[in-house]
Design a protein around this ligand. Structure first.
Ligand SMILES: Nc1nc2c(ncn2[C@@H]2O[C@H](COP(=O)(O)OP(=O)(O)OP(=O)(O)O)[C@@H](O)[C@H]2O)c(=O)[nH]1
Ligand SMILES: [Mg+2]
Length: 694
């Protein structure tokens, strides 16, 4: 049946592996290079010693030896137990390779017919020796019998990816996890397998107990998000559907996972939710896709930055892309430069009618605030106008407050015509003309004030662009996250990504909550390039330069033990604003950039010569890179972004993905050839990267 190739067989490399050991190592992934017990040059074929890491190979599921196209069948013979070298036949598979069971490479598909491949994979899956041995699966400290393992694997919601190892199982709620770790899944409850759960099963120290297990910090966060009172060391009883009651107070409370917010927290913290209780919006995407996606690992992008650096704009931008893509029917679009983002438990997006109504009121309230500042400015400029009386009129109507924002929204309809009149007033227009002199007026105000009349109307419906510009949406202390994937045309279309935006305030003092994000693949640290001459009052009431405050936050995150050796992509945002500002205020205004001495060249009028803003952002990037190197000995990646322009955000996200991919391939970042689809998208980032190379 199989292509029997004994005639070609030559002795394969002799390897020394301790096959007899029954030690339960097992749960950790093992590096291929260590597996065969021989030191080989990385990437070469284990039989002919030719090739490199980019060459397609097939690996033995026991020892991990890799073979090239020419050698694989000679090394593996008639493959009676699946892909094993002839010397490995009769031995148990390496647990770290269990995930690869039954999944063959393209190399084998090219070499054999479909039927042959199918038969090999069946043999691999069904071979007794390749099954999880029940005596190596421990649940609550007790090894399983054959029947127990059978029961566990065949219940309605079985543990996923069950491998030999130590697990804990809360039979009452169905919580399941690896010993000493937070729960990873909620499986079918009430199964009679293993021993009794121990108090310290998950190694928690949150001083809260669920079904007599002390829970982890992550679970504590989840409970708090669900509104469960966690003070006073409570013991809770949680049943499989999430209803909980306090041991001392037997009155049943509501369910833990009812709130979308709780599901969001669970998603971000990689905590399980009961099967079947996932957010409906997730199912809507496409049931099939979701199931497929669920099996793939998620790469988490953590987006964080100092206040007003632009994180929510970048996050909103991502959501816009998906909204627009789905609404235009481009769900499976192959369009390049477009990131498909699937909303998951997003708090604000995509915009429902109610949400749009809330956003509308928020934008109108902001507009009133800006107009209030203009009115004050008008006074400040000591210009006379008819409007003076009207302003007094508003103040009289609104009581002690002299801020229009405070009387909104009750007065919306009443004052809408008044806004139009006021806006047309010559004195207000004159004040508006001098708006750059008004310290209190944020830059973004111009965008809205230009359309003050339209926005103040009751029938105003905020378009996407207004939502993007609107400050204050999504600026809560909460977390927000979306799932996304990249278009099909790229090589890793099967992978799943998640963008998590977290506000620095919710990280707590000394960023103590950062350890919640330990499984982050890459940190996107956002810096507003314009912060170098701006100030804010810090926690101790001291006026601080915002760039230095941003630097301090960066240092705290980079040096946080949880983020040791993490990839970092520095997002230098608001480049468009820097272009304007740098002409007015020198970069040396900030003491950290005192050494910025741009060389003035005779070619500086040449269009290919970098502009002052480019050189300034280059310098800022350099400074962060130097700092990063001094703190971690690693390389910091940099991307230049204009948060309000979706293509630059798209490029930054693509760049982040590439960094993760390089990391996974253990390829040093140098001389990496980009695929043709990605080369364009990343050009800006790579250019900047070269530019900033240290
Ligand atoms: N011109 C311009 N404005 C930007 C850019 N990025 C963000 N903004 C504006 O800067 C302001 C602050 O941006 P946000 O995205 O709210 O910043 P944040 O990091 O969420 O800050 P918090 O609100 O403190 O959470 C908003 O008014 C944005 O419209 C950019 O690249 N260019
Ligand atoms: Mg914001």
């Amino acid at each position: 049946m199989f292509r029997v190739l004994y005639q070609y067989l030559v002795p394969v490399q002799v390897r020394s592996i301790d096959f007899e050991s029954t030690e339960v190592v097992i749960l950790e992934e093992i590096d291929d290079s260590e597996e065969c017990g021989v030191s080989m040059k990385k990437g070469v074929c284990y039989r002919c010693f030719k090739g490199n890491r980019f060459m397609e190979k097939e690996a033995c599921i026991v020892c991990g030896a890799n073979y090239c196209y020419d050698c694989v069948l000679r090394a593996m013979g008639s493959v009676p137990e699946g892909r094993k070298c002839v010397t490995c036949i009769g031995f148990r598979i390496r647990e770290a390779r269990r995930g690869k069971l039954g999944k063959c490479s393209r190399l084998l598909q090219r070499l054999l017919t479909d039927l042959e491949v199918k038969n090999i994979m069946n043999a691999e899956m069904l071979c007794k020796l390749n099954q999880v041995p029940p005596e190596l699966v421990f649940v609550n400290g007790e090894t399983l019998s054959k029947d127990e393992l059978f029961q566990l694997r065949n219940c309605k919601y079985p543990p996923k990816k069950l491998r030999p190892g130590y697990y804990w199982y809360d039979k009452y709620s169905g919580f399941w996890g690896k010993e000493g770790q937070k729960p990873s899944q909620i499986i079918t409850s009430q199964q009679n397998v293993g021993g009794h759960i121990k108090t310290n099963a998950s190694n928690g120290n949150a001083k809260v107990w669920i079904n007599s297990r002390e829970i982890t910090k992550e679970e504590l966060w989840m409970l708090k998000s669900a509104g469960v009172h966690c003070e006073g060391k409570p013991h809770l009883w949680v049943s499989e559907d999430g209803t909980y009651e306090e041991e001392a107070n037997k009155k049943e409370k509501s369910k833990i996972w009812d709130k979308t917010r709780t599901k969001l927290v669970c998603t971000v913290l990689s905590l399980p939710v009961p099967p079947g209780s996932e957010n409906p919006s997730e199912k809507e995407v496409n049931g099939e896709i979701r199931d497929n996606l669920a099996q793939k690992s998620i790469h988490k992008f953590l987006l964080v930055g100092y206040e007003k650096s632009g994180t929510s704009t970048i996050y909103k931008q991502g959501n816009m892309m998906i909204t627009n893509n789905f609404s235009s029917g481009a769900k499976n679009s192959d369009t390049e430069n477009v990131v498909l983002i699937r909303p998951r438990f997003s708090m604000v997006f995509p915009f429902s009618e109610d949400e749009r109504q809330t956003i509308k009121l928020l934008i109108q309230r902001k507009l009133f605030g800006y107009l209030g500042i203009l009115l004050e400015g008008r006074e400040q400029f000591e210009e006379e106008s008819l409007l003076e009386k009207r302003k007094r009129c508003v103040i009289n109507k609104s009581g002690p407050s002299d801020n229009l924002e405070a009387i909104f929204p009750a007065a919306t309809c009443e004052y809408a015509p008044f806004i139009e009149e006021m806006w047309k007033d010559a004195a207000i227009q004159a004040t508006y003309y001098r708006r750059n002199e008004l310290q209190m007026l944020p830059r973004v105000a111009t965008y809205f004030l230009d359309r003050a009349v339209e926005i103040s109307r009751t029938d105003y419906e905020p378009p996407d662009m207004d939502i993007l510009y609107a400050d204050g949406i999504n600026s809560s202390n909460s977390l927000t996250c979306v799932d996304f994937s990249f278009p099909k045309s790229t090589q890793d279309d099967s992978l799943r990504y998640q963008l998590i935006r977290v506000h620095p305030r919710s990280l707590g003092e000394h960023c103590k909550w950062l350890d919640m994000f330990e499984d982050t693949a890459i940190v996107l640290f956002c810096v507003a390039l314009t912060d170098y001459d701006e100030y804010s009052v810090d926690r101790n009431g001291v006026l601080t330069n915002k760039m230095l405050a941003s630097k301090e936050l960066f240092e705290s995150i980079v040096t946080h033990p949880t983020f040791e050796n993490k990839n970092f992509l520095l997002i230098l945002n608001k480049f468009d604003l820097l272009v304007e500002k740098i002409e007015q205020v020198p970069l040396t205004h900030c003491e950290w950039f005192r050494d910025f001495k741009p060389v003035v060249s005779p070619n500086c009028h040449n269009s290919t010569y970098p502009s002052l803003a480019q050189r300034a952002s280059h310098h800022i990037g350099m400074k962060f890179k130097e700092l990063f190197r001094s703190l971690t000995d690693n390389k910091l990646f940099v991307s230049l972004v204009i948060g309000l322009e979706n293509d630059t955000v798209d490029e930054a996200l693509r760049y982040a993905r590439e960094i993760i991919m390089w990391d996974e391939e253990e390829e040093p970042y140098l001389n990496f050839e980009l695929s043709s689809t990605d080369s364009e998208a990343s050009s800006l980032c790579v250019l900047l990267e070269n530019d900033l190379s240290d």
